[in-house]
Design a protein around this ligand. Structure first.
Ligand SMILES: [Zn+2]
Length: 131
């Protein structure tokens, strides 16, 4: 037995719990991405709509806010996509059994923190240190 090479890990039961948590979060994120995508392609669907004239007049008066809305949606979209990537990476770490271990100090990350930020790879102490 060599204690130095033995890494800390969450139990299978805990990993299953975290997997459920992340899958739920991922589902929400995918839904949000779809919603944002529909906002960013709103203009295309408008052009195809049959009552083009009425919506067009409305659109012209409102063009400033509309493009702002779209820009915001694009921004959120890239954020959500990034988040989705983090969640997928976390799922891969669960499969390897490496999930929930701080890459700074190799200690287990407290459950409350993982519930709040399931894709994190740092405990609060190490996160504050790296700031
Ligand atoms: Zn740490």
């Amino acid at each position: 037995m060599n204690d130095k090479t033995q890494k800390k890990r969450w139990s299978k039961k805990d990993l299953d719990y975290f997997r459920e948590l992340i899958l739920k979060k991922r589902e929400e994120t995918v839904k949000e991405i779809k919603r944002l995508e529909s906002v960013t392609i709103k203009d295309k669907t408008r052009q195809n709509s049959t009552n083009l004239d009425s919506t067009y007049a409305y659109h012209m008066a409102d063009v400033g806010t509309d493009s702002q809305e779209r820009e915001k949606a694009f921004l959120w979209l890239s954020r959500e996509n990034k988040f989705l990537g983090y969640l997928n990476a976390a799922l891969r770490r669960i499969e390897k059994g490496e999930y929930g271990v701080c890459i700074g100090c190799q200690e287990l990350i407290p459950k409350e923190r993982l519930e709040e930020v399931p894709h994190t790879q740092h405990c609060v102490k190490c996160k504050n240190k790296s700031k």
